[in-house]
Design a protein around this ligand. Sequence first.
Ligand SMILES: [Mg+2]
Ligand SMILES: [Zn+2]
Length: 510
Amino acid sequence: MSVSYDVVIPSTGRESLGRLLRALRTGYGPLPERVLVVDDRPDAERPLTVPEGVEVVRGPARGPAAARNVGWRAASAEWVAFLDDDVVPPSGWRDALAGDLSRPPEAAASQGRIVVPLPRHRRPTDWERNVAGLERARWATADMAFRRCALAAVGGFDERFRHAYREDSDLGLRLTNAGFRVERGRRHVLHPVGPADPWTSLRLQAGNVDDVLMRALHGPRWRERAGAPRGRLRRHLATTAAGLSGLAALAARRPTPAAVGLGLWAVGTAELACARIAPGPRATREVALMLWTSALMPPVAALQWGLGHARRRRLLADAARAPRAERAAARPLAVLLDRDGTLIEDVPYNGDPRRVRPVPGARRAVERLRHAGVKLAVVSNQSGIGRGLIDERQVAAVNARVDELLGPLGPWLVCPHPPDAGCDCRKPGPGLVLRAAERLGVAPEHCAVIGDIGADVEAAMAAGARPVLVPTPRTRREEIAAAPEVAGSLAEAVDRLLDTGDARTEALAA
Ligand SMILES: [Mg+2]
Ligand SMILES: [Zn+2]
């Protein structure tokens, strides 16, 4: 059985790395062509000490997603097997890996099983149970092998994920969305429970930022699709809100609401502490740790969640760290078009069908999309309705005129709300794009959005669709700079969307 694979290990220089490298060399089965350790220590003065034959490449110290990207790009074999630096492959791991990689020849990725050894003489602590959760994780990169061409086709890991959290689910979703198959292998690695300090459970709450990013990238139903269990975020938010309202009432010397708020806070905190203590060893130290960390956990989780939302836009706009290749990977199944400034000349708050002027080349561009079997829809902000400047009938008349001039454009999705209404449909919110995708029966990931301003681009990205910006003289320079794809005209945008070919076949044939 001949299998061509490289092993890539991102490492922050933990002691467990030596144990892993020794275990990898002993044992039986086909050897990897290369073993690459990505040295991702932020302050590396001396080089990492590794056995002979192991290559060390320098990582950017921006988290495991970025480190793994450096690793697989430096690799050369057909398969890249990622291992985390704290796992231990058993002696038969290489042999089992070779079996997994040669079994279904069309699979693009293979996931190893993770086994977390727990103490037998007592019940596991909260931290131990937390690590053991890895055994149920889908697509966990602690032991995950990918065809290098599949990684290239989707652009590798999304480096906007900065923690060792959710970057693997994100990649798994993008691979399966692109039509690649991810198999569960038969091999397994051991993942011993590493050291933890009293603050670990609170530091892990930073993962709430990554959950916000997951939702922005993959839509509200991402947990189902990635097999990620719902966490306790909602309860944490409720407990925190109760505590804050209690404190506010206390400050305002209103004893009854203060007692209610603080009482609810105490109930929420006690419930959390009990849920963490009950299955554990119930030793005095563990109980004490659970009590004070349970008091802090809800506010810390709420804070991280809030931070994630505050940074959401900036994170999403960080196109330099987003996997670009993925965006060019597949021809969209549907194209959602902005109306004003994209299909027709922008006449602010126009209610008069006689003033509709298509932009140059619009008719032909739309025709080409229709001809290519791409579904169409229009997504348009019409705040003039909410502002009382025009009414729905006038907007419908203008839309009918656009349909008349450019041929049927599919369903029209219009947000009538003014900007301060706080609706979720108004672009840059994802609502219109998500609804259009649903109406067309196409996943947002397979939709492209063509628009003329930053709000169109952001709405697309928030919904997980692919944005193409066609700037007009009114488009701001920062909006152009922030857009992942920019085209000079509507025709050029359609060129980009149609002429990409089938990246999956190309990649597998490469
Ligand atoms: Mg527009
Ligand atoms: Zn709206």
